[in-house]
Design a protein around this ligand. Structure first.
Ligand code: SF4
Ligand code: SF4
Length: 435
């Protein structure tokens, strides 16, 4: 094949990839927009998801500001902001990139990692291509092996995530954060100082404060917002500056408070309240929350790391020296994280029970991405614990394609019907006005 022919062939393949990727993302965005009851102020989050996945542009960094790709919530955003750069989360939920990655990774690798491999292979996604550095915490075998595929494309740093969370582990993680600090300084050319780190804490702290308000409002019954809309808001935090995201969330919070005052709710019906937990739910792979809400349930709680877990726990500074702040970041990254990557995870059970109580959950959907062993391993224990509370739970395995949608729909519908049958006859507070 001549060079010209090869170039034309590649161009056609690339265009096909772009068309498919943008169509799928636009379809899921449309489904989110068409779901009734979205509060005022959602545009900023829809625009962000559209910008990244439909328009295929870079994250909304300031002119000249570098972006640093991260692959887990255990990389502290505060430190990245302190270097003057913007963190972006690169865990992927993309079906089109998955289909490319599927051909170059082992069959049993998880789809999230296959999608990342697919994007790297095509070189077409600005979010990935424009990163000045990527930080990959080694939390599972899939993450470990993906680093080999990513290396060479840009500056890459791996971080060792301990199996336990003893004081020695925190010391070790703090040392790794100092190493990350030095790497960030090299990449950005900026020094991280006490003042810039404090500013990083302030920025992230503001977003976390608005998130805590949002979570408080989200708990209200009758419901002020649907879980799928909440997940779109939380997903977009991966691609927005923390302060801009916090301000956009402030507008949503204002609209939710208005709803609460005026007695407006997303639906007049008493919908089965479901908690979604398990493997990460990354846009555009929103099929499970959307199916739950399209089939008549409501995602009242979400314990996934692209959701509430990602920003929930603030770093607590007990010693306000520079080292104290670094230790606070290490503590926050590891100690409260309920990710099953840790050996002992009684914390996750505790967190799930707390979410069930706080959100009056009636059933739990445990989502496992095919090949995600760390989450699958914990299912049995969680099923047993929830069984003791009389909370029904189902395990749903899914992949990054639409072939399993009908099967998922049938199972979710049956689960929702089961909850309706078990629903106690007592009525919830009267619903005053609904959309
Ligand atoms: S599932 Fe666990 S390892 Fe994966 S990104 Fe989330 S917190 Fe990190
Ligand atoms: S934790 Fe699960 S979803 Fe995340 S990279 Fe590992 S195997 Fe994939």
């Amino acid at each position: 094949m001549t060079a010209n022919k090869a170039a034309a062939l590649k161009e056609r393949h690339d265009q096909r990839f772009i068309n498919k990727e943008t169509q799928t993302s636009a379809k899921y965005l449309r489904r989110l927009e068409e779901l009734t009851g979205a509060p005022e102020g959602m545009e900023a989050f829809y625009d962000t998801l559209k910008r990244i996945y439909v328009d295929m542009q870079n994250a909304d960094a300031e002119p000249g500001q570098k972006t640093i790709g991260t692959y887990c919530v255990m990389v502290p955003q505060e430190l990245v902001y302190a270097s003057g750069a913007m963190p972006v989360k690169l865990c992927s939920g993309n079906y089109t990139a998955f289909s490319v990655g599927d051909d170059i990774t082992p069959r049993d690798a998880c789809p999230l990692v296959k999608a990342v491999a697919g994007f790297k292979q095509t070189g077409l996604m600005p979010l990935y291509e424009n990163c000045s550095m990527m930080v990959v915490p080694i939390t599972c075998d899939c993450k470990k092996k993906i680093t080999g595929m990513l290396s060479g494309s840009c500056d890459l740093m791996t971080m060792h995530i301990p199996a336990m969370r003893d004081d020695d582990d925190i010391d070790n993680y703090t040392d790794q954060l100092y190493e990350l600090m030095a790497r960030l300084e090299d990449v950005t050319g900026n020094r991280i100082t006490y003042d810039t780190l404090s500013e990083g804490f302030r920025k992230v702290g503001y977003a976390q404060y608005e998130l805590s308000e949002f979570i408080r409002l989200k708990k209200e019954t009758p419901y002020l917002i649907r879980g799928s809309h909440a997940m779109a808001i939380l997903n977009s935090s991966s691609y927005m500056d923390a302060e801009k995201w916090g301000k956009a969330l402030h507008r949503v919070n204002r609209s939710l408070k208005k709803r609460s005052k005026q007695g407006q709710t997303v639906t007049s019906k008493k919908l089965p309240r479901i908690l979604l937990t398990g493997s990460p739910t990354v846009f555009p792979n929103m099929k499970i929350p959307l199916l739950i809400e399209e089939m008549g349930g409501i995602v009242a709680g979400d314990e996934t790391c692209m959701g509430e877990r990602g920003m929930w726990d603030p770093a607590v500074i007990t010693d306000d020296s520079f080292d104290g702040m670094m230790r606070a970041l290490a503590n926050r990254a590891l100690r409260p994280c309920p990710c099953p990557t840790f050996a002992d995870n009684s914390q996750r059970i505790f967190r799930l029970k707390q979410l069930i109580k706080d959100n009056e959950i009636q059933g739990v959907i445990y989502h496992v991405l095919r090949g995600c062993l760390v989450y699958d391993f914990e299912y049995k224990r969680i099923e047993e614990e929830l069984g003791k509370l009389g909370i029904p739970v189902i395990r749903l395995e899914s992949d990054y394609n639409e072939e399993d949608v009908e099967q998922l729909r049938i199972r979710i519908e049956a689960f929702i019907e089961l909850i309706k049958l078990r629903q106690a006859p007592e009525k919830r507070t009267a619903v005053r006005k609904s959309f």
